[in-house]
Write a protein that binds this ligand. Structure first.
Ligand code: DGY
Length: 370
């Protein structure tokens, strides 16, 4: 138990159990009461008011203004998300304020969503259900009113082979898929060896008819030789990295894809140039796209992605990939975003790991404390 009363402001309700855990430890917790994000001015006001910890989500811009307001008092920012492109890392480091994220616990939920979204898109589940609901299903017919494309036995490109990309790969093995990987940081040979061994075993035991393979290739090869493409890169803007990912999918890269290819994005919206994608769907440069994330969220009413002409090949979801009950709410830090977020906050405030931030597993910006 801490020997003083920490004050916390949470910009969103991340579950009763979370706040109960903090209050049981004597913390004073204030939760922003509305479902929409609080204005930045309110976050600044709370930080200036002397809170010790700030619980944030991907909707909150956390930058120098916030860190400056809390420079003498704010001890921790606990982000309820794996992505932290809303937090200015350089600013956090300048003010020496550690921030945490919730990596790992949403890996499988996001990966299965990406896989399901691709399958639903290719097999036209949305269009097929509409047919029935709108009373347009008149008869069974071998090929009318349309056919979908199977995933089993096809080739998938995994763009970004970090945690979530690897989790998608695991699912693709079970669907007898060939896998082409692209990773800006270079190939993961251990991953290739392990996956190839599993593929070979499945083939030897007659669990799949054809021998399948996994390999790293260039981005253009991955895009041009695949039936399915799944994006799993962090958002890195120009100047933030030698290999920026902003508009990685653009007119040029869309043109390298097969006219039958299906694309899914569960990473960050600005990785795709949405105007280019809408054009690609309209002019049928690719087979279809499923998006869970957007350049601007929520998706604006006038987005070209809403064009009814591309409706049957463009699935739109509300940044929903990690939205599984256990993933979002479990208090177990090895299972749930809520549990991990709170544990990261407690570690910093209660000086676990001997107070050494660099040893705390959920702290992101360890470099500022070395
Ligand atoms: C994340 O955590 O970054 C996801 O985009 C939302 O859960």
């Amino acid at each position: 138990m801490p020997n003083r009363k920490f004050r916390i402001f949470a910009t969103a309700d991340i579950g009763d159990a979370t706040f109960h855990r903090l209050r049981q430890r004597g913390y004073e917790v204030e939760i922003y009461p509305s479902p929409e994000p609080p204005p930045k001015s309110l976050i600044i006001e709370k930080v200036r008011g002397g809170i010790d910890g700030l619980i944030t989500t991907l909707r909150d811009p956390i930058d120098a203004e916030i860190f400056e307001a809390g420079q003498d008092t704010l001890k921790a920012v606990a982000q309820y998300a794996v992505g932290f492109d809303n937090i200015n890392r350089a600013d956090a480091n300048r003010y020496k304020i550690p921030f945490t994220n919730t990596a790992d616990v949403l890996t499988e939920a996001t990966a299965e969503f990406a896989f399901f979204a691709l399958a639903a898109l290719a097999r036209k589940l949305w269009t097929a259900e509409h047919l029935v609901r709108e009373n347009q299903w008149g008869y069974w017919h071998p090929s009318l009113p349309f056919l979908g494309d199977e995933m089993t036995g096809k080739t998938i490109a995994i763009i970004g082979t970090g945690r979530i990309g690897q989790a998608v790969i695991k699912k693709c093995i079970g669907f007898d898929m060939n896998i082409l990987c692209y990773e800006a940081m270079g190939p993961n040979d251990k991953l290739v060896a392990a996956v190839q061994e599993e593929m070979d075993l499945r083939h030897q035991h007659g669990l799949q008819r054809e021998r399948t393979s996994i390999k790293y290739v260039s981005m253009d090869e991955a895009l041009s030789q695949s039936d399915f493409i799944s994006i799993h890169v962090p958002l890195l803007r120009e100047g933030e990295s030698d290999t920026p990912t902003y508009h990685l999918i653009n007119e040029r890269t869309l043109h390298t894809m097969r006219p039958t290819a299906y694309l899914v994005n569960t990473s960050r919206g600005p990785v795709i140039d949405e105007n280019a994608l809408a054009k690609a769907l309209k002019e049928k440069w690719i087979g279809g796209a499923a998006l869970d994330v957007y350049e601007k969220e929520p998706l604006p009413p006038d987005s070209p992605l809403r064009d009814p002409e591309i409706e049957d090949r463009c699935r739109l979801y509300p940044h929903f990939a990690s939205a599984g009950r256990t993933t979002r709410l479990s208090m177990d830090p090895n299972l749930g975003m809520a549990g991990r977020c709170v544990q990261g906050l407690i570690d910093i405030l209660e000086q676990n790991y001997g107070g050494d931030v660099t040893k705390m597993p959920y702290v992101v910006n360890k470099e500022a404390f070395r």
